[in-house]
Design a protein around this ligand. Structure first.
Ligand code: GP9
Ligand code: MN
Length: 621
């Protein structure tokens, strides 16, 4: 008869730490899994079993140290996942460690949202260490018996099948939500180191893709605002972390963005249904999407992983039209591989932190403070060959939004003071002030009238944190803080002296910037492939979203659709954009398929570096 010795099992330290890890997994999933926690947990079991079963096979004098180290490492990993999720709304990637590892400020920003409850992940480590030190090695069972071998084999089998499933092209969101935290990290390392998300196309598939992409858009005859900004300088302000809900909005009757509001009030087109389309490259992805009208990746940072591709960019087209091209950013040249990527985008000159006059005290958050940054930017612009195209990327309004007291001007209620919510609006208010001074200086230098200003937010400033700040956010907005709210960034096109005044409600995203700008300049160039459309002339009111929500999610005039994290369409959610009432997701199938198709086409172009092939094919047609 099979006799189960519970006492022996529970005395067994490996079994105990295995159970503790399972509890930690449930703890993590409770905060991070929106769909079926139990399903994810069950799928995580085999790998956890696999890892801990391995410990039974050890028989060295370092066994105790190894047991402790592995368990501690897993606890640290789960802790980092939890904290990171609180900031970004998903798990960290090795990408983050590889490329921004040195940028302490980014981590500082993540650590700023630590909640004491997260430290429960470490609660067992000290008792475990004491137990291991005090207990004689012999009393800790390491003997391998048949049961252990059996469980080890089952675990290996399950792990094997999970990895097999991963070979079908999925994505990291699905990997996490379907198979759990360990599979996610394995998948992430695998894709990042080997660029293995790439799908290999056969020669004929590749040819067919090139043929499809090289089809030219049909031209409309009469286009609104075509050439309205012909030969003007173009100043694009890519405003760090600016959400649309701050525009024309007050905190206790105090305007948060008075200078941006003023910009909107005269000679401007304001797009209030404009959305971020960045992936893991964040700010740098926004720059990429603006310059190319291509989709970024939802797994890899473009600037770091695709900086050897050929791109036919807005800057290159402008150079063909006698523009000089520049970028301003108050951080180092190498940060996010900008030094490698900018030449590929056709940027003549990068004015980075090294090129500004500053002292240590002038640095806030990740770089030069916005007042000095904007001010010195004008000095450089005065010297540029005209017409010029400049992207100006401010940085002070970066998470965690901690700025010196003396720079804060809003009166904040006691209950909100020093919360992420208050820090955010105070920091945006400061950067708005810096922007106001920038416009003033441009006017004084005579640059304003001969330029157009395009301002947009690169991405959201606050993702739902599940804590007090989210509550304050909801109170402030008077509604839920869902992705259609937080992924919504403003786009303003200011055309000095034009008398154009318009609020345009078309739904669009960063991918539409390039075609929109080209139309304003009256430049007729359709070479290459663009996924966006000119927002002043398009009939399509639609945006495909990615990264912060799974690919396939989209927003149009009537519908807001969020693809399910487990990749199953039927588990998705959708609501009416205006009434916020739930709608049948079947109404969203066509939009979902369109969003997926476009995104996947975008990935084929990126992964196979197809832009020059497409241009060659267009020439032959
Ligand atoms: C710093 C900036 C980082 O150069 O690009 O901003 P982020 O990508 O974290 O928004
Ligand atoms: Mn950013």
């Amino acid at each position: 008869m099979f006799k189960f010795n519970y006492k022996k099992i529970f005395n067994n330290v490996i079994f105990t730490i295995f159970i503790l890890t399972l509890i930690k997994l449930i703890f993590l999933y409770n905060f991070t899994i929106k769909e079926d926690i139990m399903k994810t947990f069950l799928y995580t079991l085999p790998i956890a079993l696999f890892i801990y079963s391995l410990l039974y096979f050890m028989n060295t004098k370092y066994s105790k140290i190894i047991i402790f180290s592995i368990h501690a490492l897993i606890s640290v990993l789960l802790f980092i996942d939890l904290v990171y999720y609180g900031y970004y709304g998903f798990l960290p990637s090795v990408n983050m460690f590889l490329f921004v590892g040195a940028a302490g400020e980014v981590w500082k920003s993540i650590l700023a949202i630590l909640r004491p409850i997260y430290f429960l992940m470490f609660i067992d480590l000290i008792p475990l260490a004491i137990y291991l030190i005090k207990t004689d090695k012999k009393t800790i069972s390491f003997k391998v018996n048949k049961k252990v071998i059996a469980s080890f084999l089952i675990a290996t089998l399950c792990l094997g099948s999970a990895l097999y499933l991963l070979n079908f092209r999925g994505n990291s969101t699905y990997a996490y939500n379907n198979y759990g935290v360990f599979t996610y990290h394995i998948y992430d390392v695998y894709t990042n180191f080997l660029n293995k998300s790439e799908k290999n196309l056969t020669a004929s598939e590749l040819k067919e893709s090139i043929n499809t992409f090289s089809a030219k858009d049909k031209e409309k005859n009469k286009k609104r605002y075509n050439g309205i900004a012909k030969d003007k300088n173009i100043i694009v302000v890519q405003f760090e972390s600016l959400n649309d809900f701050l525009i024309n909005k007050g905190y206790k009757d105090q305007e948060i963005t008075p200078n941006i509001n003023k910009l909107i009030s005269k000679d401007s087109i304001y797009f209030n249904n404009f959305y971020q389309q960045v992936g893991p490259g964040n700010t740098s992805d926004a720059e990429f999407v603006l310059s190319t009208s291509l989709f970024p990746s939802d797994e890899l940072s473009i600037f770091n992983h695709y900086n050897n591709n050929y791109y036919y960019t807005l800057q290159k087209i402008l150079k063909e039209n006698n523009y000089s091209t520049h970028v301003f950013h108050g951080n180092d040249k190498e940060f996010w591989s900008r030094d490698k990527m900018y030449p590929k985008l056709g940027i003549d000159e990068f004015i980075s932190l090294e090129d500004f006059d500053y002292e240590k005290k002038d640095i806030i958050n990740l770089g030069l403070n916005d007042v000095d940054f904007f001010n010195q930017t004008v000095n450089h612009m005065k010297e540029f060959n005209k017409p010029f195209y400049s992207t100006v990327i401010n940085i002070t309004s970066h998470h965690p939004y901690e700025i010196p007291k003396e720079l804060k001007e809003l009166k904040i209620d006691d209950q909100h003071k020093n919360t992420l919510f208050a820090n955010y609006i105070e920091s945006i208010n400061y950067s708005d002030r810096a922007f106001g001074e920038f416009i003033q200086r441009l006017k004084e230098e005579g640059l304003y009238e001969e330029s157009i200003i395009i301002l947009y937010g690169d991405h959201s400033g606050v993702y739902p944190t599940g804590d007090k700040s989210e509550e304050y956010m909801k109170e402030f907005l008077g509604n839920d803080y869902e992705f259609d709210e937080y992924m919504n960034v403003p786009l303003i096109i200011n055309l000095p002296g034009s008398k154009v005044q318009e609020a345009n409600e078309i739904v669009g995203g960063e991918i539409d910037l390039m075609p929109t700008i080209l139309n304003l300049l009256g430049i007729d160039n359709n070479k290459g492939k663009r996924f966006g459309s000119d927002l002043n002339n398009s009939n399509e009111s639609f945006v495909s979203l990615l990264y912060h929500v799974p690919v396939g999610s989209f927003i149009d005039d009537e519908k807001v659709f969020r693809m399910s994290n487990d990749g199953i369409f039927e588990n998705s959610i959708a609501w009416n954009k205006n009434t916020k009432k739930a709608i049948d997701i079947e109404e969203c199938r066509a939009g979902y398929e369109k969003a997926i198709k476009r995104f996947e086409e975008g990935q084929i172009i990126l992964e196979n570096d197809l832009i020059d092939d497409i241009i060659r094919e267009q020439k032959n047609k």
